[in-house]
Design a protein around this ligand. Structure first.
Ligand code: FMN
Length: 402
C-alpha cells in the first residue's frame, strides 16, 4: 500500500468487544503512512490493554483526562491540536451519545470537542442498540455535523444474534479514510488562480565578489509552489539564488538583491490572486557597494548597513485584493512575534517556523504553526514537500472563505 494517509491520526477506542480489532487498525494505519496516537476510554481498557496499543503505535496511550503526569507530557489540548484526523473504532453507543450532546466527561470525548480535526466513527454494537431510536437520533445529529460514519456492517454479532452493528473490518476502515482523503484533495482547486511566491535568500553586495546573505535554501518555497501548481494554479516564483531544481510549468523570475526582489514582486503582484512570501529577504543592505574588491589592511573594516524596504508589507498594503501569506522564521517567541507580524503587516495568514539549532533553514524537514485572525493550527515536523501540500490545502480553504 502506498503512504496515502501521511497524517497525524488519533485512534479512539471505546468499550466494546470489537476493541480487539483496533490493534489491527493501528497497524494498518501505520502501514498507510500515519503517525498514530491511541486514546482509550476507561471501558475500552477493560476489553484490551493499553500496553498492546503502546507497543503497536510506539507511543504512550492516552487514557486519563485528570492525570497530571499525562497532561505534562502531552495534554488533551496539545493532543487535540496534534490530531489531523480522529477515528473512533469501535464507537460505542455511549460515546456516540456523548459526542452528539457535546459531553466532555473523559479524555476521548473532551479531545473530540477540543479538536478541529476531521472526526470519523466506526460504530459497533448489538443490533438492537444500533436501531434504538436514541442511537439513531444521535447518529443523525452527528451526520449533520459532518462527522463521518463508517459502517456498521450487517452480520453475526458477538452476542450470537445477527443484524446491523458489526464494526467494519480494519482494512475497510482504512480504505474509507483513504477515499475520504482523496475526495477532500479533489475539491481543492486553484484552477484559474495566479499564485505568486518569493523564495530563497537574497544577496546584498559588499564589493564585486562578496555579499551578505543567509542560510535559506528555497526548499520550502519551491515545494509550496509545486503544491500550488499541482492544484491547477498558474505559479510565479520571484526567486533569490538557490540550488533547488527548477520545477516544470512554473514561471521563475531570478533576482539577487532585496531591492530587485522588491521591484519584481510588486510588478508581478498586480495580476496575482494569492501572494506567499517565503523568501528570507535580507533586512539590511550595504549603504555603499565598493566598486573594487576590498583589500586587507590589517585594520577594522566598517560596513554601513541600511534597512531594506519590506516586500511583504508593501505588497499587502498596496494590493488589498491579494490574499497574503507571510512566513515568520524566528529563533524564539515564535508565535508571539508571528501574531504581531500578522496584524502589523495586514496579512491574511502567517506561517511561523522555529529556526536555529538545526531547525528550518537548509533542512529537509520543517515544523509549522499556521495562524490567522481567528484561528491557529499546528503542523508537526515533517518533510517540507508533505508540509507544502498540507499548507497549500489550508491556504486554499482560507482563501475561499475570506
Ligand atoms: C461484555 C460487554 C460488551 C459490550 N459491547 C458493547 C458494544 O459492542 N458496543 C457498545 O456500544 N457497547 C458495548 N458495551 C457497553 C459499553 O461498554 C458501555 O456502554 C460503556 O459505558 C461504554 O463506555 P465508553 O463509551 O466510554 O467506552 C458492552 C459491555 C459489556 C459488558
Amino acid at each position: 500500500m502506498t503512504k496515502q494517509l501521511n497524517k497525524n491520526i488519533v485512534v479512539g477506542i471505546s468499550g466494546g468487544i470489537a476493541a480487539y480489532k483496533s490493534a489491527t487498525l493501528v497497524r494498518e494505519l501505520i502501514k498507510a503512512g500515519a503517525k498514530v496516537r491511541v486514546c482509550m476510554t476507561n471501558a475500552a481498557t477493560q476489553f484490551i490493554t493499553p500496553l498492546t496499543f503502546q507497543a503497536l503505535s510506539g507511543n504512550p496511550v492516552h487514557t486519563d483526562l485528570l492525570d497530571n503526569r499525562a497532561e505534562a507530557a502531552m495534554g488533551h489540548i496539545e493532543l487535540a491540536r496534534w490530531a489531523e484526523l480522529i477515528i473512533i473504532a469501535p464507537a460505542s453507543a455511549d460515546i456516540m451519545a456523548r459526542l452528539a450532546h457535546g459531553i466532555a466527561n473523559d479524555l476521548l470525548s473532551t479531545l473530540c470537542l477540543a479538536s478541529e480535526a476531521s472526526l470519523h466513527l466506526a460504530p459497533a454494537m448489538n443490533h438492537i442498540m444500533w436501531t434504538n431510536a436514541a442511537t439513531q437520533a444521535n447518529l443523525q445529529t452527528l451526520r449533520q455535523r459532518d462527522i463521518k460514519i463508517h459502517g456498521p456492517a450487517i452480520g453475526e454479532q458477538a452476542c450470537g444474534e445477527t443484524g446491523a452493528g458489526r464494526m467494519l473490518e480494519p482494512d475497510a476502515i482504512v480504505a474509507k479514510l483513504v477515499e475520504n482523503q482523496a475526495t477532500l484533495n479533489k475539491t481543492l482547486s486553484l484552477q484559474g488562480k495566479h499564485v505568486l511566491l518569493t523564495a530563497g535568500p537574497t544577496r546584498e553586495a559588499i564589493d564585486p565578489v562578496r555579499y551578505i546573505s543567509n542560510r535559506s535554501s528555497g526548499k520550502m518555497g519551491y515545494s509550496i509552489a509545486i503544491a500550488a501548481r499541482d492544484l491547477g494554479a498558474m505559479v510565479t516564483i520571484v526567486s533569490g539564488p538557490v540550488t533547488v531544481p527548477t520545477p516544470k510549468n512554473i514561471d521563475i523570475i531570478k533576482v539577487e538583491s532585496a531591492a530587485e526582489m522588491h521591484s519584481a514582486t510588486l510588478a508581478a503582484a498586480k495580476s496575482a490572486d494569492i501572494f506567499i512570501a517565503t523568501a528570507a529577504v535580507s533586512d539590511f543592505s550595504t549603504k555603499d557597494i565598493f566598486s573594487k574588491k576590498i583589500k586587507k589592511t590589517g585594520e577594522y573594516l566598517r560596513l554601513q548597513l541600511k534597512q531594506n524596504a519590506d516586500i511583504l508589507s508593501d505588497v499587502s498594503h498596496q494590493f488589498s485584493h491579494l490574499f497574503t501569506v507571510g512566513f515568520a522564521a524566528e529563533t524564539h517567541n515564535v508565535i508571539k512575534y508571528a501574531r504581531g507580524k500578522l496584524k502589523r503587516k495586514k496579512l491574511d495568514l502567517i506561517v511561523a517556523n522555529p529556526v536555529g539549532e538545526g531547525k528550518g533553514f537548509d533542512q529537509d524537514t520543517n515544523q509549522l504553526e499556521i495562524i490567522w485572525h481567528d484561528g491557529q493550527l499546528s503542523l508537526p515536523e515533517k518533510e517540507k514537500q508533505t508540509l507544502a501540500h498540507e499548507l497549500i490545502a489550508i491556504i486554499v480553504k482560507r482563501y475561499f472563505q475570506s
